[in-house]
Write a protein that binds this ligand. Structure first.
Ligand SMILES: [Zn+2]
Length: 76
């Protein structure tokens, strides 16, 4: 029987949809069926991964000017 530590160590493979041996995949799924802590961990990891792959929001006019002003050479 898998332990939570085993699932955590392979959580990135599950999130990435990597190819796993059928026996390994079944063991991970069985653990997720009985362990709400790992289900929650996997959900949070999935949400975090999604968030990190999002492009940053576009700057509005005011923020764009603030950035450009910081890029201006001093003393002009
Ligand atoms: Zn667990």
């Amino acid at each position: 029987m898998l332990k939570c530590r085993d699932l955590v160590n392979q959580a990135d493979l599950l999130i990435d949809g990597a190819e796993l041996r059928p026996g390994r995949r079944l063991a991970l799924r069985a653990h997720l069926l009985i362990c709400r802590h790992c289900r929650r961990y996997l959900r949070q990891l999935d949400a975090l991964t999604d968030h990190l792959h999002q492009p940053p929001p576009p700057l509005n006019e005011r923020d764009t000017r603030a950035v450009l002003e910081r890029l201006e050479p001093r003393g002009r």
